[in-house]
Design a protein around this ligand. Structure first.
Ligand code: AHR
Length: 504
């Protein structure tokens, strides 16, 4: 049987687990807002139209941050349309998704929702069709206490206290030719630097994210980050990354290795940020905001130019399989492994639009397969991420070259003593044995070992008709005798093994 070995030691730490790694994203796109988080009249909705079943699933998922309101949508958005009396708000064409935007839901509704969901807001400003002044106006409306035009407008709209939004994205995917108001790296870098500087004058407490590349395959990847950071390095706190993964044709081997692609993407951005720091003779370690990541069968999407002008149409409502959940779990492992530089991550998106949560008008919301690795990781990846060197075989893939058959990430909570091991077995032909040396810890016992994949049908899904068909399943026989973890990882599986101090 394939065997993988590793050693864990609490002294070998990568970084603390930042809760902001467990963010998500709500865009005015398809049925993410309308028919997703907000659906007045639905039996599950509160009097303001917030869907309580979606809120409940969001809280259980362990979401920490929500990025809003886009996405491509933000690059044509006038934030003023979404505040004030709802009856006076204009209906607009949303060019990004060729949809009708009613503006029934806007900034203040979103902020009410974040409180119910117990999440931190992350706001994006429009640097596509708008610029510095409108970004500062929005910040003044949101964060200034009062006594000025926009802060008093907020108070007039019934929101006395400032929202105090800390995280701000300077535009969205400005490197993409599909973006409304797409810019060159020079144009965007200058605009982002000046906008960031001005926004900080309005509110020095904010944290700013500059747009990095829309994905690692962009022809400008690398040079985009370098040029943008030449301009913005001193004014921003983070550079963004976006990535969506899918299986191309029959190439399952590459798909199972998607986390290797994610690792490389992150390493490339870290190298570029550090290169700019070196040029500037700066000791600043610029952190990364992976503010859109997920699986998306993007090659099946006909493209926004082929859509009709509809209100809240069904867009990219991908249904996720068990195999997707396994790969998805490994992407979370990649994010954890880079916890020293990836400070924020947002699963795109939260509901309906490539979401872990699905909602329909005539029934309660349900969890897709990818919901479970996220919820388990958000709950149990606590404390510090440990450095793990895994000895395992590799296999060759078309997309990533050599990919390890077994991947392992671990966290250690110094307060409770809990060690959580996340492990993926990519082998399709059988289980792998995982052995981990735990000598550096006291006596640990297995609290639980759960997995997705293995004997489950890899194509199985949760659906409206069978909302609980798939859930994590326990694995028997995992032991810690002689301070050595021994576990069997089923074929094609994502696993979480929780170890707790003996006797507690
Ligand atoms: O999440 C869907 C879209 O993907 C977002 O609007 C955009 O930023 C990205 O290309």
């Amino acid at each position: 049987m394939l065997t993988a070995h590793a050693t864990l030691d609490p002294a070998f730490r990568i970084a603390p687990v930042d809760r902001r790694l467990f963010g998500s994203f709500v865009e005015h796109m398809g049925r993410c807002v309308y028919g997703g988080i907000y659906e007045p009249g639905h039996p599950e909705s509160d009097p303001d139209g917030n869907r309580l079943d979606v809120l409940e699933l969001t809280r259980e998922l362990g979401i920490s941050v929500i990025r809003y309101p886009g996405g491509n949508f933000v690059s044509g958005y006038r934030w003023e349309d979404g505040v004030g009396p709802v009856s006076e708000r204009p209906r607009r064409l949303d060019q990004a998704w060729r949809s009708i935007e009613t503006n029934e839901f806007g900034l203040n509704e979103f902020m009410t929702w974040t409180k119910l969901a117990r999440v931190e807001p992350m706001m994006a400003v429009n640097l596509g069709t708008r610029g510095l002044q409108e970004a500062c106006d929005l910040l003044e409306y949101a964060n200034h206490p009062g006594g000025t035009y926009f802060s008093d407008l907020r108070r007039k709209h019934g929101v006395e206290q400032p929202h105090d939004i800390r995280l701000w994205c300077l535009g969205n995917e400005m490197d993409g030719p599909w973006q409304t108001g797409h810019k060159s790296a020079e144009e965007y870098g200058r605009l982002a630097a000046e906008t960031g500087k001005a926004m900080r004058q309005v509110d020095p407490s904010i944290e700013l994210v500059a747009c990095g590349s829309s994905n690692a395959l962009m022809p400008t990847f690398g040079s985009w980050e370098s040029t943008v950071l030449d301009h913005t390095f001193d004014y921003v706190d983070y550079i963004s990354l976006h990535a969506y993964y899918e299986q191309h044709g029959e190439d399952r081997a590459s798909f199972l290795g998607a986390a290797v692609g994610m690792d490389r993407f992150i390493d490339g951005v870290v190298a570029t940020a550090d290169h700019v720091a070196a040029k500037k003779k700066s000791r600043k370690k610029l952190n990364l905001s992976f503010d859109e990541w997920n699986l998306w069968q993007e090659s099946r999407f006909a493209g926004h130019t082929n859509l009709d002008w509809e209100q809240a149409p069904r867009l990219i409502e991908d249904t996720y399989t068990v195999q997707d959940a396994v790969v998805f779990g490994s992407l979370l492992m990649s994010l954890l492994r880079h916890a020293d530089r990836v400070a924020i991550a947002c699963l795109a998106q939260l509901v309906n639009v490539i979401g872990p949560i699905r909602a329909e008008p005539d029934r309660p919301a349900w969890a897709q397969t990818i919901y479970f690795p996220f919820a388990l990781t958000a709950r149990h990846a606590v404390g510090e991420v440990l450095r793990v060197e895994t000895t395992t075989g590799v296999y060759d893939t078309a997309e990533h070259g050599d990919v390890p058959l077994v991947d392992v990430v671990a966290t250690h909570d110094p307060d409770s003593g809990q060690v959580t091991v996340f492990a993926m077995n990519r082998a399709i032909d059988g289980p792998a044995r995982l052995e981990i040396d735990l000598r550096a810890f006291g006596d640990l016992v297995v609290a639980e070992h759960v997995h997705l994949g293995g004997a489950q049908d890899l194509d199985a899904v949760n659906s409206a008709e069978a909302p609980r068909a798939i859930a994590p399943v326990g694995v028997e026989g995992t032991t810690t005798e002689g301070r050595k973890l021994a576990a069997a990882l089923p074929a094609v599986s994502w696993n979480m093994i929780r170890l707790v101090p003996a006797g507690r």
